[in-house]
Ligand binder design. Structure first.
Ligand code: LLP
Length: 477
């Protein structure tokens, strides 16, 4: 059997006429729930963010450019920081999951709004420290933390280290003992990450099937209990709680309900088998956002009481004290706040098999700044951003400039039929897992990230230059 796929046709199925949405009646209209809060059109029809036209941003900062509506991001962080106020006597902590997108400004904003920070590598931890976030505001994740990363986390006094395997427990035990000998520190605070056998996706969840993946200690095999036993027995470690993350871009509470049910069952097992009361239950991140009108996420103010109630009821049923709760939203805080602005280059009409026509609109970025369409079949909303056009809409595919036919930004989009080279396109909800997953494929420098508030724009991450890219090239002797 051959496993090779030629450079293009891997995504060949995407090239077929797919389920294109129906044409909009007004191609310039902005769906309030998809675009950042302070997105609007100015008198000339240009898209504006917090009062600044994207035409101006493109001229000043170049394209592609990520544009953050700073107040949108901060108000979502604020909403999450306060969503659980007064809901549970045991308390609730919310950590922003930095993997969604992390830069110094973001780290400062979310912590200033009252959130903790979930970091998952030495790089994220270092950036957060540089931004002035103290270790005690951070929680440290990762399925393969190195000795160096664990030493860094312990040295920085990170408030919770989430252990993911027995090998990592060996490493952490060593690091904690070293630290104790050198600095006489208090025991290292640990959460044990448990794989509950629940994996949630958009609009659905699957229970039982997800033992076969790399994260956490398996509940079903007894590893999770063995891990807790080891933490409790180690004088250099302190069991703070149990962690579970069931997936991302989740819209329904039922996935969390199954997770909470199983997690509390595990807390009961720990209590009965080891005589230990687990003080904290972290249910991870995963709350979904709206990429297109098909997505209908719940507001955190609606879902927070539901999540707390689910755990409270489970605990009451099992006669356990309510643990402190924790959540780690990433996408839901940063995703909706940001758009990507591209400039159109080539516009190429193509005939579809079976009739019809699709216009390939090539932009000056692509899979290097948004890998999600190729990787997850993700769907996005796009609009003509420098003007409004009354030309009848045509079925388009917004594609990038990379050497792959799978380099698609938006698979099916209705854009005005007169879209042409030099126009600007804006793609909504690109704040999470876009810039943070960006690459230099084809040696394309990664875009700048610019924040806009009250009519003023500021650089959050500057555009990469070719010199940045070549700095690591050792050259020929
Ligand atoms: N906590 C843990 C342990 C996680 O693994 C994640 C995400 C989060 C929190 C934050 O999840 P969020 O609230 O952002 O859904 N690259 C993928 C998503 C990967 C999620 C990885 N873990 C995407 O672009 O859809």
């Amino acid at each position: 059997m051959t496993r090779a796929h030629p450079a293009g046709p891997r995504h060949g199925d995407l090239l077929l006429p797919t389920s294109a949405p129906t044409p909009p009646t007004d191609a310039g209209e902005l769906d309030r729930l998809t675009w950042p809060t302070h997105a609007a059109r100015d008198a000339a029809g240009a898209l504006t963010i917090a009062g600044v036209p994207v035409t101006q941003l493109a001229d000043t900062f170049g394209t592609p450019v990520f544009v953050i509506d700073a107040e949108d991001l901060r108000s979502r962080a604020r909403a999450y920081a306060h969503a659980f106020d007064g809901l549970s006597p045991a308390g609730v902590d919310v950590y922003y999951a930095g993997k969604a997108f992390l830069a110094s400004a973001i780290a400062r904003w979310v912590t200033a709004e009252g959130l903790g920070l979930d970091v998952c590598s030495g790089g994220e931890l270092s950036l957060a420290r540089r931004a002035g976030v103290p270790g005690e505001r951070m929680l440290f994740h990762g399925n393969n933390k190195s000795l160096a990363e664990l030493r860094q986390a312990v040295h920085e006094g990170v408030s919770r280290i989430v252990v993911d395997s027995f090998d990592e427990l060996d490493r952490l035990a060593l690091v904690a003992a070293e630290a104790d000998a050198a600095e006489a520190t208090v025991p290292v605070p640990v959460l044990v990450r448990v794989t509950l056998g629940v994996e949630a996706h958009t609009h659905e969840f699957i229970a039982t099937a997800h033992e076969d993946q790399k994260f956490g200690f398996s509940l079903a095999s007894g590893s999770a209990l063995a891990a807790v036993r080891r933490v409790v027995a180690d004088p250099h470690l302190r069991l703070v709680g149990v962690h579970s993350h069931i997936g991302s871009q989740i819209f329904v509470a039922s996935g969390f309900e199954v997770a909470a049910h199983r997690a509390v069952g595990f807390l009961a097992e720990v209590a009965s088998q080891l005589g230990v009361t687990v003080g904290e239950l972290n249910l991870g991140g995963g709350l979904g956002i709206r990429y297109t009108e098909a997505d209908t996420p719940l507001d955190i103010s609606e879902i927070a009481p539901v999540l707390v109630r689910i755990v409270a009821e489970e605990c009451a049923r099992r006669d356990l004290p309510m643990p402190r709760l924790a959540f780690e939203p990433g996408r839901a805080i940063v995703g909706p706040s940001t758009i990507t602005v591209y400039r159109v280059g080539t516009v190429k009409p193509r005939s579809l098999e079976g009739g019809g026509r699709r216009v390939y609109v090539s932009v000056d970025g692509g899979m290097s700044d948004n890998i999600r369409t190729a990787l997850y079949d993700a769907d996005y909303t796009v609009t003509l951003a420098n003007r409004v056009s009354l030309a009848p809409p045509v079925l388009c595919r917004v594609v990038g400039k990379h050497c792959e036919s799978g380099d698609i930004v938006v698979r099916d989009a209705w854009l005005p039929g007169d879209v042409t080279g030099g126009d600007l396109l804006a793609v909504a909800a690109t704040g999470a897992y876009n810039r943070s997953m960006a690459s230099n494929y084809n040696l394309v420098p990664r875009p700048a990230v610019v924040a806009v508030a009250d009519g003023e724009a500021a650089v959050v991450v500057r555009r990469e230059t070719l010199d940045d890219l070549f700095a690591t090239d050792a050259g020929l002797a």
